[in-house]
Design a protein around this ligand. Structure first.
Ligand code: ADP
Ligand code: TRP
Length: 314
């Protein structure tokens, strides 16, 4: 029996944080033996935010190292750069001709940007369409992401249905995979942890940084349990273990933060050490990106040939 397929990715716009890890990356690692997996660095999506060549190269390179450091094994997972597979942008254009502006105007990300009176690039407006192409080229069964990406996977499904309806059955309808208790990891201010809110704990943070960030977790002085501290602590320990700790130190926010710091440090240290070792081997990283790109291209180009046949441009 052929294995089911998994595809996901992250745009390389900053430092990877524990929200990315628990919300998405951990699922990729946990599922690696059960699925034929494709994990990309969405660098063309990043281009909406990062418009400096040096920075772009650096962020993309570092994201690949992060993928390897969390335990993605390139022998089992195809790790690749979105921009290495031109079929993504080509299919994006084809989809662009089928869907309407009002359909894309319903996207949360677009509406948020518009509400803030931001100047919105066409690329930002079109973000869900490129993401649909990313997904549909590979025909994955599941797309493991955090809650904030759910609508994007729904877009991919709607676009696939529309294409299939017009040109005949071509794309498999993908499903998001969202793990409920980590769907939205909170940041140190209690809002969703996000690069854009600057409220995150980097996945490879140094000890000093961990201390500083955990001490800065926003607490209010009502109640015995500091909600935001507990919500982050829950990622690292079972509720039973936490109950004992939080009962023993009821209302002592500083001690509870120190307990959290110990746990975050213990979790991050091995990841940070592994990352440092991988980062030294630049030849290996280059090879991973090259081979991943080649394998991704084989699959994606095959699908694109089928699409071109269906639309009559071959
Ligand atoms: P950010 O909001 O920091 O820019 P991204 O949009 O790059 O994060 O997200 C990359 C992946 O990590 C996506 O699958 C996203 O759903 C997931 N993710 C990001 N932040 C969180 C969070 N706070 N909780 C759960 N998952 C998250
Ligand atoms: N939009 C995702 C993020 O912000 C990145 C992404 C691009 C993606 N293409 C994808 C995720 C395809 C899953 C599948 O991180």
């Amino acid at each position: 029996m052929t294995k089911k397929r998994l595809l996901s990715g992250i745009k390389s716009t900053g430092r990877t944080h524990i929200g990315n890890y628990f919300g998405a990356m951990k699922q990729w690692v946990d599922l690696v033996n059960d699925y034929d997996s494709f994990i990309m660095v969405a660098d063309y999506h990043s281009l909406n935010f990062v418009q400096n060549a040096g920075e772009m190269r650096d962020l993309t390179w570092n994201m690949v190292i992060d993928y390897l450091a969390v335990g993605l094994d390139p022998k089992k997972v195809v790790i690749f750069k979105q921009s290495d597979v031109s079929a993504h942008t080509e299919l994006c254009w084809i989809f662009d001709t089928l869907i309407t502006m009002p359909f894309l105007m319903r996207a949360h990300a677009f509406k948020d940007a518009e509400a803030k009176d931001k100047e919105i690039s066409v690329g930002t407006f079109n973000y869900p369409v490129l993401m649909a192409a990313d997904i549909l080229l590979y025909g994955p069964d599941v797309v493991p992401v955090g809650q904030d990406q759910k609508q994007h996977v729904e877009y991919a499904r709607d676009i696939a249905e529309k294409f299939n309806h017009i040109f005949g059955e071509t794309f498999k309808l993908p499903k998001e995979m969202i793990v409920e208790n980590v769907a939205v990891v909170p940041g140190i201010d209690g809002r969703k942890m996000s690069k854009s809110y600057n409220n995150y704990i980097p996945l490879f943070a140094g000890d000093d940084e961990i201390e500083k960030l955990c001490m800065a977790i926003v607490t209010d002085s009502s109640g015995d349990v500091p909600t935001n501290v507990y919500a982050i602590h829950k990622l690292f320990r079972s509720e039973e273990e936490l109950k004992a700790i939080y009962d023993e130190h009821k209302g002592k926010y500083k001690i509870l933060k120190e307990k959290l710091i110990e746990d975050v440090k213990a979790f991050i240290k091995p990841l940070r050490d592994k990352r440092r070792l991988i980062a030294e081997d630049t030849d290996y990283i280059r090879q991973v990106i090259k081979e991943g790109g080649e394998r991704a291209k084989e699959i994606a180009n095959k699908k694109l040939v089928e699409v071109k046949e269906k639309i009559g441009v071959n």
